[in-house]
Every structure is written in C-alpha cells, then in structure tokens.
Unconditional design. Sequence first.
Length: 392
Amino acid sequence: MTVDKFQLPPYPHDKLRRITLSAKEQGRQVVDLSIGTPCDPPSDRVTKALLTPNVINGYPPSIGTSDLRNAARQMLERRFSVRVEESELAMCVGTKEFVASLPHFLHLKSPGKDTVLYPAVSYPTYAMGAHTFGLRAVPVPPGVNGSMDFSAIDKEDIDRALLLWVNTPANPTGEIEDLVAAAKFAADYGITLCSDECYGEFTSPLERKSVLSCGKDNILALHSLSKRSNAAGLRVGFYAGDGELVHFLQEIRKHLGLMIPGPIQAAGVEAFAEDEAVDRQWGIYKDRLSYLIDMLDGIGVKATMPKGGFYLWVKSPESYQKDPRLIKNGGKTENSGWLFTEDLAKHGAMLVSPGDFYGQLGADHIRIAAVQPLEKLELIKSELEKSKLSFL
Ligand SMILES: Cc1ncc(COP(=O)(O)O)c(C=O)c1O
C-alpha cells in the first residue's frame, strides 16, 4: 500500500513576500492591510493587569482561572444573552490553535468519522486543521442568502462528518450566518457544530448572535480577545457550550499542557469585563471601512459595507478577465484577485490579500483589512490619485 506523504502548503501570507520585496526594491512604501491584526492599543486596565503579583510562580490552570472563566461567562451573558455554567466553558491559547486542533481531538473521540465541513470561502485554518491531521476537509458553498448551502453537501460527506464550522460575522465576506439552519443541519446528522464568533461584537446589536442561543447539545461557540480587545498578542480565547464536550476537550488539552500564562489570564479578566472599548473600536472600524469604500469608488471599484467584522470583500474589476497577464497563464497560476492585489501594491501603496487565500471560490476577490489608522489610509488614497490605476 502506498501512503501519500503530507505536503505542507506555503503559509498564505508568506506568498505576499514577493510583492512587498518588489515594492521595497523600488523604494516604495506599502501600507499593510492584508492581515487582520489590530493596530489600535488595548485599554490601560488590560495592560496594567499584566503586572498582577503572584501569578508567575505557579502553573496556571489549563482551563483558565475561575476569575477568567467567570469574566468570559459574564461577557457572553451581557453581550449575547446566553448563559453557560462554569463547567461549560474553558480557555484556549488564542483561538487559532483551537481551530487547528479541534478536528484531531474530535477524531480521537469518534474515530469512525474523518471529515470536516467548513465554509468554502473562509479563514484557511478550518481546512488546515483537518489536513494537518490526515482528515478530510470538505468546503460547503454559500447559498443565495450568503449562508452555507447544506443541500450542496454529498451524502457520503455528511455521513463521514465529524465537525461543521460556521463563522459569523464571517472572515472574509462579512456575512452573518444563519445559525438556526446550521444548528438544525448539525443536529439532524449528529455532527458537532462549532461556531467561530471571534468577530461577534463587530456588528449591529441586532445581528449580534451566538450559536448557543440555539442550544448546547453537541454545539460549541468560540470567542477570542484578539479582535474584541485589540489583544491578539495576549493569545486568549475560550470555547463554551456542550458540557460533556467541553469536559472532554479540557481534559485532553490539560494533558498536552495547553495553557495561557498566568499574567495574561489576569489581564484577560479585565478585557472580558470591558464593553465600551469594544463598541468604540467597532465605530473606528466602520469609519475606516467607509473611507476605504469611498476611496475604491474613486477608482471605479464597487465595495459594500460588510454586515460585520472589519474586512472589505471586493470583487476584482471585470477588466482583469481580459488582462494579458491572466490570459498568458491560462488563469492557472494567476487569477484576478492576485492581479488586483499586485496593482494595488504597485500603484496604490496598499497590500491586501488575494481572495484565493480563503478558498478557490474567492479567487476573483480581494480582502482589505481596515486595520490601519486614517492617516495611513490617506497616504494610500493620495498614492492612488497620483497613479494611473483606474477602472472607471
Ligand atoms: C475567523 C477567525 N477565526 C479565528 C481567528 C484566530 O484568532 P486568534 O487566534 O487570535 O484568537 C482568526 C484570526 O484572524 C479569524 O479570522
């Protein structure tokens, strides 16, 4: 029997290096709007809590201190109107590691199942978490309303599914997922549902929803301090929901020594207690998104305000379909998302992400993260105005 050797794909953002290098060689500055890393500071009370005494000497609990878990539970109740018991919530070291490792842990529990279902245009780690552990990742295309189209999944994939990921508001599209439909589909087929809600507070209060309002049976919600509190460097996240599943995961994670450092757990307590700073930050993102929409309009590119999150998901202008660079490569190694990305870096001094980072279905788009202050966005605008790049 031949066994396929695992081929590690390049890390998506590393593929942008050639664009930044070429700008550097030409002495041009590019403003980085490619990664969703917050640039605004966390609040003082969070920073000060990092100096909490007596939390360095001992090992911190892998599930999180009781104070931290309670602060997270209270945040869920205040902001999402859902209640969980202390035993139904545990911490993770930022949510990326949880997204990446969950399929493996669920497979240990249910070795007969080997498939992860995830949104076809989405955060790349949903698929990587399956691939790196030798599991299958099956993309689910969006339906007409932007939510996942469960009717498009093959029967065999449903039968083999361990886990269904949803992400709301979604990175990169800014869509709000139909959580009731996802919960029904997952329950009908006995699939664990995990809803990644790390942008959950960056939307209108009416759209602010947690999957836990649909129940907890075989369901988890995943939250992070990275975006809500401008604290990606702290690496604090939590998962909450089905008590039995939370218990299983927390026990494995304890064996593996996955734990948030003590001073950071103390800072996390302060961060989960804050709401005003989060709402203020959402206002800042909305202003930047509006600025970027107007700026793109000025060069003939249409972009619309996302329903949530801080990304613009923008279709590449039609003219790229006739671009000789695309035609030359038969559309195989280049796509319009990459060409648009290259042109924006070359003429507009901004680095964005080509849409294929988020799945082949996104190849005709780019993603722009509103993570730089207005002064930097003004710089991009003035470079664009000076350049000849226009799709009008
Ligand atoms: C959809 C989504 N989920 C999870 C993460 C991981 O965030 P963190 O590990 O900082 O909690 C990100 C980061 O960009 C994301 O966009």
